[in-house]
Ligand binder design. Structure first.
Ligand code: F6P
Length: 320
């Protein structure tokens, strides 16, 4: 193998740049050339390629977002699209591809590997922490710390006004951000799903805690692919409790910013490991499990579901 490509795909995540840097520098040290592919799979299909040098990835370790840009490509979801992408790679003599992204990215990557015999290695990069096989995804730690800072500020005003607050955090298919922030931010509850039972139980809990003398509470709501669903849930709880809740939606603020040390370290380890995966033929994602770098079959990363840590939800309620 003489030349590899690297791209970032799906929602950007703090630490993706640290992963790009690790891929480039680890690869150059192994006599591989590295081509950066702009705008994820969409840019690959459009042939947006640029050589990456050691100096070209200097001073990006600490920057949020992704210097390569990212996208969600509809065309790459089709077999024809993936065949065209493989032709672009072959035309540029790129023999292996590192993809940095989430489960959607890996679904496409594993199909590209199977259908077109392209060597692919994955690096889990998404704030959602919803990829099977890795304890943490790159960007999650930064995102929950950002959300936590916002929640601490909301707590100041909630306590001053004796208010119940609902705060919505990101997470398209998963409640991992909500649970992490809920525990660390001392939430009254975390609404991962929105069953009537959850809302009634929450309303009863809030009424009881108000009777005990509590005067402010924060409920964290997972977005679950419906940005703004928190307004609907807060209204239902208003009707049930007769309290006048306030609502905050953190949104894309959680996706930006300087990556934490933890995310930079994880990104550096997994970026380097992904290059080694390619040298061994590809087909897996570099992951961290129990503090060790491991390899997870790409297919498992999207075909298997990651369990939500239910113990964290119980802990939030226990400590409220
Ligand atoms: O997957 C990362 C994520 O930030 C999700 O938490 C969120 O639901 C989604 O991306 C938002 O995507 P977009 O930036 O396309 O609106």
């Amino acid at each position: 193998m003489r030349r590899i490509g690297v791209l970032t795909s799906g929602g950007d995540a703090p630490g993706m740049n640290a992963a790009i840097r690790a891929v480039v520098r680890h690869a150059l040290g192994r006599k591989l050339e590295v081509i950066g592919i702009r705008r994820g799979y969409a840019g690959l299909l459009a042939g947006e390629l640029q050589p990456l040098t050691r100096a070209g990835v200097a001073n990006i370790l600490q920057r949020g977002g992704t210097i390569l840009g990212t996208s969600r490509s509809e065309e790459f979801r089709t077999k024809e699209g993936r065949a065209r992408a493989a032709a672009v790679l072959r035309g540029a003599a790129i023999e292996g591809l590192v993809v940095i992204g989430g489960e959607g990215t890996f679904h496409g990557a594993s199909l590209l590997g199977e259908e077109q015999a392209v060597a692919v290695a994955g690096v889990p990069g998404t704030i959602d922490n919803d990829v099977y096989g890795t304890d943490f995804t790159i960007g999650f730690d930064t995102a929950i710390n950002t959300a936590l800072e916002a929640i601490d500020r909301i707590r100041d005003t909630a306590a001053s006004h004796d208010r119940l607050f609902f705060v919505e955090v990101m997470g398209r298919t998963s409640g991992e951000i909500a649970l992490g922030v809920g525990v660390a931010g001392g939430a009254e509850d975390v609404l991962v799903s929105d069953t009537a039972t959850d809302l009634e139980a929450l309303a009863a809990e809030v009424r009881q805690s108000w009777q005990r003398g509590k005067r402010s509470s924060i409920v964290v709501v997972a977005e679950r692919g419906e940005p703004g669903r928190v307004f609907r849930l807060a209204e239902e709880v208003r009707v049930l409790t007769q309290l006048e809740p306030r609502v905050g939606v953190l949104g894309h603020i959680q996706r930006g910013g300087t990556p934490t040390a933890r995310d930079r370290i994880l990104a550096s380890k997994l970026g380097a490991a992904a290059v080694d995966i390619l040298l061994d033929g590809g087909g897996t994602m570099a992951a961290e499990a129990g503090g060790k770098v491991v390899r997870v079959p790409l297919e498992d990363t999207w075909a298997k579901r990651r369990e939500l840590p239910a113990d964290l939800l119980a802990l939030v309620r226990d400590l409220a």
